[in-house]
Write a protein of this length. Structure first.
Ligand SMILES: NC(=O)c1ccc[n+]([C@@H]2O[C@H](COP(=O)([O-])OP(=O)(O)OC[C@H]3O[C@@H](n4cnc5c(N)ncnc54)[C@H](O)[C@@H]3O)[C@@H](O)[C@H]2O)c1
Length: 257
């Protein structure tokens, strides 16, 4: 199945971040009629450029802090009202913050949970909506361990577990919402401009430096691949976006209990 995204009203959180901007540009290039960019801070210059480049498409900013449930509900609700509907939600907010585990979990994991729950309530067929698509930007570090960034890795494992659980056909039959996670590998954005002391413990700083020396993929190609994954509309897909490639992850389904 290929989802025709030219008719979709899309909201994206973290839309002014490195990967978020790349997703927004690709969505606008592909012709989405409405794009609500939700973030902690408005990037007025970028918004102005996009409004001039895509004059027939409605683009606007709405404040969100994904770590706060009531703010999430208000922000996505406002975006839906402003667009006259909501067909797809992309959660691309995230931080790499080992020194304050609570914050890392709050933004990366609870943020994913809050935005997803809100999107279900606003788009779900069980609530009189039309269904839709939710894309959660996780990480390859949600599929494999990462010893220098253990808290971040745990938060992203949680995102994948939550997304896969909500993609179960029991939910899908009720809501008509396809849930998918995308897992970028190292990508050149502000997120990976970490200082030496940004690992889980002081003693991992040399390991952090090693990661810092690995060349990441460009955000633009990552954004294009995320939109490509979204266009498959495949409920439950976990897509890996690494080194400019896109492929689906094989997930273990043989665990009993
Ligand atoms: N850059 C990488 O190597 C990489 C790899 C894998 C996954 N990711 C994931 O991709 C996503 C985007 O990251 P990025 O690389 O573009 O980083 P980035 O720092 O450029 O962007 C992160 C975005 O999240 C927003 N954000 C942070 N805290 C927030 C909050 N409380 N509420 C709302 N928004 C908040 C920021 O304002 C920013 O727009 C994140 O989930 C990140 O974990 C990044």
């Amino acid at each position: 199945m290929v989802v025709d995204i030219t008719g979709l009203k899309v909201a994206i959180s973290g839309g002014f971040g490195g990967i978020g901007q790349a997703i927004c540009k690709e969505l606008l290039e592909q012709g989405v009629p409405c794009l609500a960019i939700l973030d902690l801070k408005e990037d007025k210059d970028t918004l102005e450029v996009w409004k001039k480049s895509y004059p027939t498409q409605k683009i606007f900013f709405e404040y969100i802090d994904v770590a706060k449930r009531s703010v999430v509900e208000e922000s996505i609700g406002k975006a839906k009202d402003e667009m006259g509907g909501l067909d797809a939600f992309v959660n691309c907010s995230g931080i790499l913050q080992e020194s304050v585990p609570e914050l890392c979990i709050q933004v990366n994991l609870l943020g994913t949970i809050y935005t997803s729950l809100t999107a279900v309530n606003l788009m779900g067929k069980h609530k009189g909506g039309n269904g839709g698509i939710v894309v959660n930007v996780a990480s390859v570090l949600g599929l494999k361990p990462c010893h220098p960034f253990a808290v971040y890795s745990a938060s992203k494992h949680g995102c994948i577990g939550f997304t896969r659980s909500l993609s179960h056909e029991f939910h899908y039959n009720e809501t008509g919402i396809a849930f998918m996670a995308v897992c970028p590998g190292l990508t050149k954005t502000k997120l990976i401009e970490y200082p030496e002391n940004s690992g889980t413990f002081d003693y991992v700083k040399e390991e952090v430096a090693k990661v810092a020396n690995v060349a990441g993929q460009e955000a633009d190609i990552c954004g294009k691949n995320i939109v490509k994954a979204m266009q498959t509309g495949k409920n439950g897909s976990i897509s890996i976006c690494v080194c400019g490639d896109l492929r689906e992850a094989a997930m273990p389904d043989d665990v009993e209990g």
